[in-house]
Design a protein around this ligand. Structure first.
Ligand code: ZN
Length: 302
């Protein structure tokens, strides 16, 4: 595949590594294409906590795969100079689809896992009124409970909002947006919806939908996000960006979205692209590659 060559490292701030057929291989591929940071999403109600145990193995295997890729590279595969396995952090939280699984034991298990210092966010959490896989009242309750958990832990939240932005925003206003930050994941709406989230200080993450052919309103919205609040992501294995729609998405695909974001933001020289990419990467690091919180440090098992 002819892949864009980027002028700096990029971050995938939302990947479901454990849903990929070969997470280690996808991490190696991501590293080869200049994706230097990945936030992987763990939903204890759906995935359990296996990621916490297998992540070191994926990283070891990815380092091996990357070596092989480098040796086989004939210069045509678009492998970046000095590729490295991405740094991986974890977001853990119960997806609104699974809110009906919420129970005291699940909450206690999640809370305990948040103490793991690899965890840098609570998510994805929120409301999904499109699929309504859990009753809306339950979704709202579980969203509220997890906002409180994030605040207790001093961690930012990663939001999944689908056809529920009014209710979601109202709950956040009532509870108060977490001081550590709020990330609105998979932004695929227009500028009108964007404004209140930006005004509330949220980070806005763009993935595959930014590249879709009929998504001019998403690209218009992407122009308006303050540069220090803009993020790249994939939502892999979902939301594969153009020109690869129809195939499985991996964190490496962040480069397509980052490339379009450069275009949309008017970064049309190598220098301007390098500056924007550096800013995007810095945003991801500031929000998600954070030091352990005092709450995490204060735990007995960390
Ligand atoms: Zn997701």
């Amino acid at each position: 595949m002819p892949s864009p060559v980027l002028e700096g490292p990029v971050a995938d701030t939302h990947a479901h590594l454990q849903m990929l057929a070969d997470p280690a291989c996808e991490l190696a591929r991501a590293g080869a294409h200049g994706v230097a940071f990945v936030e992987t999403i763990v939903d204890p109600a759906e995935d359990g906590f296996a990621t916490f145990d297998v992540l070191p193995l994926w990283l070891m295997e990815a380092a091996r795969d990357l070596k092989v890729m480098e040796e086989e590279d004939d210069g045509a595969a678009g492998i970046v100079a000095a590729p490295a396995v991405p740094h991986v952090r974890i977001a853990a939280g119960v997806h609104p689809h699974n809110a009906k699984e919420w129970a005291p034991e699940l909450k206690a298990a999640l809370r305990e896992r948040l103490r793991d210092r690899r965890v840098s966010a609570v998510g994805e959490i929120g409301l999904d009124y499109h699929y309504d896989l859990s009753p809306r009242e339950t979704q709202r309750e579980v969203f509220r409970a997890q906002i409180r958990l994030a605040k207790e832990a001093g961690l930012p939240i990663a939001l999944h909002m689908r056809e529920a932005h009014d209710d979601g925003f109202a709950i956040l206003e009532e509870e108060g947006f977490p001081e550590a930050g709020t990330l609105l994941h998979c932004f695929n709406l227009d500028a009108a919806e964007l404004f209140r989230w930006v005004e509330a200080g949220c980070y806005i993450a763009f993935g595959g939908p930014l590249t879709f052919k009929h998504a001019d309103e998403v690209r218009e919205a992407a122009k308006l996000v303050p540069a220090d609040r803009l993020l790249t992501e994939t939502d892999s294995p979902y939301m594969t960006p153009e020109p690869l729609r129809g195939t499985d998405c991996g964190p490496a695909h962040t480069i397509y979205t980052a490339d379009v974001l450069c275009e949309v933001r008017g970064a049309d020289t190598p220098e301007a692209r390098a500056a924007l990419l550096a800013q995007l990467y810095e945003n991801a690091q500031r929000l998600l590659n954070r030091k352990p919180t005092p709450w995490q440090k204060g735990s007995s098992n960390a």
